[in-house]
Design a protein around this ligand. Structure first.
Ligand code: KMH
Ligand code: ZN
Length: 275
């Protein structure tokens, strides 16, 4: 099978990871933008973006998002910025959706409710439709975040309802405690459930990050890595930067004969114009 270029997404910060878990998690706008830059230099073409407040806690404040989006654009204008509308568990929908008004061209759209460790991450259909309509209104492209097989059905339902007109791009998030386990058969089932013209990426959580990446590289999918999903470069070795995680995927892809997409390549594949 000849696969196209590999889009690498770097999820540089997330909402949950703390300095106690790793000293390398970026928290301030400058640190987050710098990690985005280093990831871009390493081969990432999309940044999945969460931001933190001045105490290092997750926030969806649009002003903070705007600040980080502008800082990133200043360093790497062609990089695709995908803001999170997932935020953190317990945030209200209104709070979560603010991020789409930050000037980014893409946003995550979580298409179903799931257990999330001890918590429940709530994404019912009215919320999904609401976020999808708001994104469509301002031409922000969604990436469907699917933690379970049924989340693909929800995404396709919203597409069928005509709310989404953009290219269909899925992210299979596998290995969140309490949600769908990260294994090859589960991933295959998800790949088989999306339309032929859609593209997909995989986020293997924790120690599954590189295992899932390897499968995506050979199956013609795309890969998300980053400290949001996994803080280790290898067993017991903390990644000192998101760039180290991206570099590892680049090495794996090279060994397996897959070329890395530049941000402009990724824009072409996903049909996203330069902002
Ligand atoms: N922080 C998680 C509860 C997303 O960015 O869209 C949700 C999340 C998904 O990270
Ligand atoms: Zn996220």
């Amino acid at each position: 099978m000849s696969a196209g270029k590999l889009i690498i997404t770097a999820a540089v910060c997330g909402a949950e990871v703390t300095r106690e878990q790793t000293p390398y998690i970026p928290l301030t706008p400058e640190e987050i933008a710098n990690e985005a830059f280093l990831s871009y230099k390493a081969g990432a073409s999309i940044i999945h973006l969460h931001v933190r407040d001045k105490f290092g806690k997750p926030t969806q404040d649009v002003e903070v998002f705007k600040r980080v989006v502008n800082l990133i654009r200043g360093k790497c204008p062609d990089l695709i910025i995908q803001v999170s509308t997932g935020g953190a568990v317990g945030m209200t929908p209104d709070e979560r959706v603010q991020s789409i008004y930050s000037g980014a061209e893409m946003a995550s759209l979580d298409t179903g409710t799931t257990n999330f460790g001890d918590d429940i991450f709530v994404n019912d259909l009215p919320l999904i439709r609401n976020f999808a309509s708001k994104m469509a209104e301002i031409n922000v492209m969604p990436e469907f975040e699917c933690f379970e097989l049924g989340h693909i059905s929800n995404a396709l339902k919203v597409v069928k309802e005509g709310i989404i007109k953009s290219h269909l791009h899925f992210n299979f998030v596998l290995g969140v405690p309490g949600s769908c386990p990260a294994d090859a058969r589960n991933l295959m089932r998800m790949i088989d459930s999306i339309p032929k013209e859609a593209t997909w990426t995989v986020s293997g959580i924790g120690r599954y990050e590189f295992e899932m990446a390897a499968i995506a590289i050979v199956m013609g999918g795309n890969v998300r890595v980053g400290l949001e999903d996994n803080i280790y470069l290898s067993k017991g070795v903390l990644a000192k930067s998101n760039a180290e995680l991206v570099e590892k995927v680049v090495r794996m892809a090279k060994e397996l004969g897959r070329e890395i997409a530049t941000p402009m390549d990724a824009r072409k594949i996903l049909n996203i114009k330069v902002s």
